[in-house]
Design a protein around this ligand. Structure first.
Ligand SMILES: [Zn+2]
Length: 76
């Protein structure tokens, strides 16, 4: 299975191949990367940034929820 880079559209290259046993079936998995090192770095940092932002949003959500619960407790 081949894929193209979502950032630059170049044909991605296989950097790793391994097999996994799922039930009774043996499946081959591959990991692809962009042949352009700078592009792959940008893709990786983009993924990291997205994850970081999700973490922050999740924390803020929990914080708001906590404040909401505290407020309720103070009123009653
Ligand atoms: Zn690329």
């Amino acid at each position: 299975m081949s894929s193209t880079c979502t950032r630059c559209g170049k044909q991605r290259v296989v950097i790793k191949t391994w097999t996994e046993i799922v039930g009774t079936a043996k499946i081959t998995r591959t990991e692809n990367e962009c042949p352009d090192l700078e592009c792959q770095k940008a893709v990786n940092s983009g993924i990291a940034r997205q994850k970081h932002q999700r973490d922050i949003q999740e924390k803020e959500k929990q914080q708001r929820e906590l404040e909401r619960l505290n407020l309720k407790r103070n009123i009653s």
